[in-house]
Design a protein around this ligand. Structure first.
Ligand code: FAD
Length: 518
């Protein structure tokens, strides 16, 4: 059985026992990557149950430095999460709900510590939203069993996707491996189940006033970033100004985008110099906003109530939010795609080149391909990269440099503020031609064509590659090939590390060899 199926089986096995669990003295909501009060399914369930039982609601967040390591979380993202915890703690405390925060050394100690805390608080019921990575699903299964053995209950529910993984099946009864038919089925499913877009009420004020014995749970210190995940003072200042955190900021950002820019999303979303996208990914990754809210708010702005009708900008944006659901559905069915394995197994045989100089040049934005370098420098400076550029640099790493795509995937997770395991591995699989994508491996982006098409006036390149500021619009895409080599060299801009046409042929040969080897 796959981890999700095992969990569902266990939920079924214990459902009868769990239904009989007495109320206890408190209900507990366990926060993970759902750091918001509003439209949070498990939190609403916990709150409603607390109301029914007339007992207080306690929220808990356990930090394990190993958790940050396991998902190779970037320091900028760790900082964002820790800042968000403070906002969440303040918001909950206004509702008279304590957010108890504790650092646990080892990841594997976390379930036991949760259970000890429940004993300490006299709580019998634990609530949480599901995370779909393999380790998390296995851990939740263990907690269901251990709590059930102690006569307690753990309700872990679908929340992070608009449509729960496993709901959509192709004609043959399987999970779709191709986005377009999956998307049609996603839209139809929502139209038939509009309650999927309903808001889960924000938690009521703590139904029973928090007992004096629990008062110490309020105002816990927010932990510092673990070793190796800290920011410099300059980075802290820069990133805090760039990335305000918390669910109020998330909602503000979503509303502003829907009011001002969603209409032109379809035309402008591929232009990296233009602020044409929502920049909401950081909040979706931290769970400071739900995908459900995103789709609902966009739909409310549309003339048509059909997700595939009305304003084109809104339709396209919703279809992008759907990609996030898609990659989660894929991960639940084929967990290996998020465990360093290609979806198409034959590509495990590609003979990658191990050239550390080329990898370093890619990381630092010094490949001599201006669009690639601009994108990598945007990532290094802001923790974010435009989607079009993510595709360009990922294709460049895996095809032009023929470096193992997993090195790039990892570098993204080490540096992105919106690092998200399923979306990142899905994006890398797509770009490297090894993922769930019907396109054959021989679709190879030409970085020069991409640059001319999506940054025609060179504005994005000029912003991030100051060495090329003085070049004309024509020269800037390919300084050494278009007569501006002297100027580029004088300013210290490198020559291309590979020649695209030759690199393309090398990649085609390597991919082909992989598909034909035994
Ligand atoms: P918008 O264009 O405004 O889209 C709205 C939301 O839709 C996004 O916030 C995101 O949640 C979702 N979305 C849009 N495009 C995609 C997509 N292709 N796949 C999955 N979800 C999508 N996204 C992440 O959130 N985390 C990652 O770690 C990540 N890694 C990526 C790696 C590669 C190689 C590629 C090609 C794409 C990756 N993406 C990732 C997807 C996409 O690039 C970002 O979600 C997007 O750039 C975020 O900007 P935005 O919020 O302005 O997006």
């Amino acid at each position: 059985l796959r981890p999700m199926e095992e969990l569902v089986r266990m939920q079924r096995e214990y459902s009868e026992a769990i239904n009989k669990v007495p109320d206890g003295d408190a209900m507990v909501h366990w926060f993970k990557s759902d750091l918001r009060c509003s439209d949070n399914k498990a939190l609403s369930l916990a709150s409603a149950r607390a109301q029914e039982a007339g007992v207080p609601l306690i929220a808990v967040y356990l930090v394990s430095p190993q958790d940050f390591e396991a998902h190779i979380t970037a320091p900028i993202r760790v900082d964002f999460i820790l800042r968000t915890l403070k906002v969440l703690q303040d918001d909950l405390s206004k509702l008279d709900i304590p957010l108890y925060i504790e650092t646990v050394d080892k990841r594997k100690q976390l379930p036991n510590r949760l259970m000890e805390l429940m004993d300490e608080w006299g709580a019998n019921h634990l609530f949480a939203n599901l995370e779909y990575e393999v380790d998390e699903l296995r851990r939740e299964r263990g907690i269901i069993k251990s709590l059930a053995d102690k006569g307690k209950s753990f309700q872990v529910v679908h929340d992070t996707c608009v449509v729960a993984p496993g709901e959509l099946k192709s004609g043959s009864g399987n999970q779709y491996a191709v986005y377009t038919p999956w998307y049609r089925s996603w839209v139809a499913h929502i139209h038939n189940n509009l309650d999927l877009l309903e808001l889960f009420d924000s938690p009521a004020k703590n139904p029973a006033k928090t007992r004096a014995t629990l008062k110490h749970l309020f105002g816990c210190d927010i932990p510092s970033a673990p070793k190796g995940k800290t920011l410099t003072a300059e980075e802290t200042k820069r990133f805090h100004a760039m990335w305000p955190c918390g669910e109020h900021e998330a909602r503000k950002r979503l509303d502003k985008f829907c009011d001002e820019r969603i209409g032109e999303y379809d035309d402008k979303r591929n232009i990296p110099s233009h602020a044409g996208t929502s920049n909401i990914s950081v909040h979706l990754a931290a769970g400071t906003i739900s995908a459900r809210t995103c789709v609902r708010v966009a739909r409310d702005r549309n003339k048509s109530k059909k997700l595939d009708g009305g304003l084109q900008g809104i339709q396209t944006w919703v279809s992008e939010v759907a990609w996030r659901d898609f990659y989660r559905h894929v991960m639940v069915r084929w967990p290996q795609v998020c465990m360093n394995k290609p979806f198409k197994p034959e590509f495990a045989n590609v003979e990658w080149v191990y050239n550390e100089d080329h990898f370093k040049a890619w990381c630092e934005g010094k490949t001599g391909y201006p669009i690639v370098d601009a994108a990598m420098r945007q990532l290094n400076h802001t923790g974010y990269m435009h989607n079009r550029c993510r595709m360009v640099v990922a294709s460049f790493l895996s095809k032009d440099l023929l470096l193992d795509w997993r090195k790039g995937e990892r570098y993204f997770m080490e540096n992105l503020i919106d690092g998200d395991v399923p979306s990142n591995s899905g994006g890398w699989g797509w770009s490297a031609g090894v993922g769930v994508d019907p396109q054959p491996y021989f679709r190879i982006f030409n970085p020069l064509r991409q640059s001319e098409r999506f940054d025609p006036d060179g504005d994005y390149i000029r912003k991030w590659v100051p060495e090329l500021k003085g070049l004309t619009n024509k020269e800037i895409h390919e300084p050494y090939g278009r007569g501006a080599g002297d100027k580029a060299k004088k300013n210290g801009y490198p020559k291309p590390v590979v020649e695209h046409a030759a690199a393309r042929n090398r990649a085609l040969a390597a991919y082909k060899a992989a598909t034909t080897s035994d």
